[in-house]
Design a protein around this ligand. Structure first.
Ligand code: ARG
Length: 588
């Protein structure tokens, strides 16, 4: 269905034309003075030069063509030449009805849906997820959901870091503990056991030890690097161990991501392109792009217009080993072959900005992607503590992600227990659901590129611009609806009605903005737009609710109309939070 602003602009364009002006001047926008009008048109200001007339004169003429108009209840020319507009309730109702009866609330589907691959999450095998992994996971998940809802084909890939030294460290530590494991026996020729030699619990404990030792003990580190080299080169015992470690780690990662409602379509990793690397290197050499510099294989990626130094993209180290760059480029090659996406979006910490610039330039220069393929980097800011520095545990360490989630759940539980009477078990279940909204909304309501302060008290508050406030509003609507049902009210065949009050009209106007909002959020890959919208909608609903008798309304038809409005509001809000990656409980 047509977007409301387009409907209004079309009508306004006709009025400009009727008055003898270019219809393109009739662009209508939301009012930036909601106290004066609902919508506005600044076309007379824009046309003044062209027509050599004072804007107010033009506006006045246009307004005279809008008297008794079926769409505009009011169109007033005000100095210096704005047109202040009010929409007719009957017209708004028409739009609202169409919205309520259309798929996806009338959101227009793209003429050419795009195939978008989103690379997000940033997890590494062998290392537990820490707070730094929260943002790429939840931002990526939301962008995936928004783009999919907007009608694109979207593939989410976790792109595991499964080829690096952390795994070598774990192997080395394991070797010290269990030197007799068959994996370390160079003369072993049999099949390696299917059963894992390292349990999840052991694994969780072993990595921090190994990592700490690597920092302190150069000899240990050298052995870890050697182990890394061995599994990368395919020494059978090491490769078999590597596989076990990857599998055990994935179980743990999946659990973590599940608890955050983050779901990947692909669990591919750096290792998946290992066999592609020789081919790619060959291709880059043959094409004349890659050359040896100080022993390493590099591709120049600087451009004349650069204002900062953009170093060459290194493809192989001087010892022939591959790097982060290498696997990322080979992954682009593989993705083009397997999925042929129109666009790849990478979501990581913004400190990887220059790195991705190099990779993208290299991929373009070497024609791994054609000019039509969009490569986009969305760098997110840092989640900080109250001191403004990257979030840490109380003793200054790196906080594990599951610990952060647990603490948020605990705080949410405390608040729920404090405020209401609810059986213990139910309170826990509700707290878990609401805590997720607190974490996700607290993050997503900020522009991704900006840093923000993790403020558990504010994020878990039921008031203000928070996840719990949004859920609270939804639950409020649900509870009115279930009371209505309990009282024998019918739910089928309810007809929406013309707004009976200013606040009801505001709620309806907020609802009809939904489609525009989703399109903008998808185009700008900006989940914060969904947050801003659902917050405005929640506020519009609550203002309306406080001044309106709903269940107490005696006129049955009007009561049913209000219920229909509530149903639509609930559904739109629930769609929004689904786009953000969380859900609402039944009660709270
Ligand atoms: N595992 C990487 C890290 O810890 C992030 C991966 C991001 N994706 C990519 N294709 N490089 O920094």
């Amino acid at each position: 269905m047509k977007k409301i602003l387009d409907v209004l602009s079309e009508e306004m364009g006709k009025a400009f034309e009727a008055a003898g002006y270019d219809s393109a001047l009739g662009r209508v926008t939301l009012s930036n003075r909601p106290d004066l009008c609902e919508y506005q048109c600044n076309g007379a200001m824009a046309g003044a030069k062209k027509y050599h007339k004072a804007p107010i004169v033009i506006a006045g003429e246009v307004a005279s063509h809008l008297a008794d108009h079926p769409v505009f209840q009011e169109a007033v020319a005000v100095a210096p030449g704005f047109l202040n507009l009010k929409l007719r309730e009957s017209c708004l109702l028409g739009i609202l009805q169409e919205m309520a009866s259309s798929a996806k609330y009338g959101l227009e589907m793209p003429e050419h849906p795009r195939k978008i691959l989103i690379d997000y999450g940033g997890a590494n095998v062998a290392k537990p997820l820490h707070v730094g992994h929260l943002r790429p996971a939840i931002i990526g998940e939301s962008i995936k959901r928004i783009c999919r809802y907007a009608g694109h084909e979207v593939i989410g890939d976790v792109h595991l870091g499964d080829w690096g030294t952390p795994i070598g460290m774990v192997i080395t530590q394991l070797q010290e503990r269990k030197p007799d494991l068959v994996y370390f026996d160079e003369n072993y020729e049999g099949v390696y056991p299917e059963e894992t030699p390292i349990t999840e619990a052991e694994f969780a404990e072993i990595y921090p030890l190994a990592s700490a030792r690597s920092k302190e003990d150069p000899e240990f580190k050298a052995r870890a690097l050697e182990a890394t080299r061995k599994f990368q080169q395919g020494v059978p015992g090491y490769r078999a161990l590597w596989k076990h470690i990857v599998d055990v780690s994935k179980v743990d990662l999946k659990k973590n991501y599940d608890s955050l409602h983050v779901e990947f379509d692909l669990w591919k990793g750096e290792s998946d392109v290992n066999d592609l690397i020789p081919e790619m290197v060959d291709y880059m050499k043959k094409g004349g792009w890659a050359y040896i510099s100080d022993g390493a294989l590099v591709v120049d990626v600087k451009e004349e217009t650069d204002t900062k130094e953009v170093p060459p993209c290194m493809i192989l180290k001087s010892d022939g080993a591959s790097l982060y760059n290498t696997t990322d480029l080979a992954t682009i090659m593989e993705r083009m072959r397997l999925y042929d996406p129109d666009e790849i979006i990478y979501i990581t910490d913004k400190r990887q900005d220059l790195y991705f610039e190099q990779v993208f330039r290299c991929a373009r220069k070497t024609k791994l992607v054609g000019p039509e393929t969009v490569l986009k980097f969305l760098g997110h800011g840092t989640m900080n503590g109250s001191d403004g520095k990257p979030f840490k545990t109380r003793d200054g360490g790196v906080m594990r992600l599951d610990v952060l989630v647990e603490e948020t759940k605990k705080e949410m539980y405390r608040k729920i227990r404090e405020g209401r009477q609810m059986p213990e078990e139910e309170a826990r279940a509700v707290a878990d659901i609401v805590a997720l909204s607190a974490l996700k909304y607290g993050d997503l309501s900020n522009q991704a590129a900006k840093d923000y302060v993790f403020d558990i008290d504010r994020f878990t508050s039921f008031e203000g611009d928070t996840g719990p406030y949004i859920l609270y509003t939804i639950v409020r609507i649900k509870s009115i609806l279930s009371k209505y049902s309990e009282q024998g009210g019918r739910m089928e065949g309810l007809a929406l009605l013309e707004a009976g009050s200013g606040l009801e009209k505001e709620l309806q106007m907020a609802l009809v903005q939904f489609g525009t909002m989703v399109q903008n959020a998808a185009e700008e890959i900006a989940p914060h737009r969904v947050c801003a919208y659902v917050y405005d909608l929640a506020n519009a609903f609550n203002r309306f609710y406080h001044e309106t008798k709903i269940l107490g309304e005696e006129d049955v038809k009007r009561r049913e109309g209000l219920i229909a409005l509530l149903v639509l509001t609930r559904d739109v809000m629930e769609t929004c939070i689904d786009l953000l990656g969380f859900e609402a409980p039944e009660k709270m």
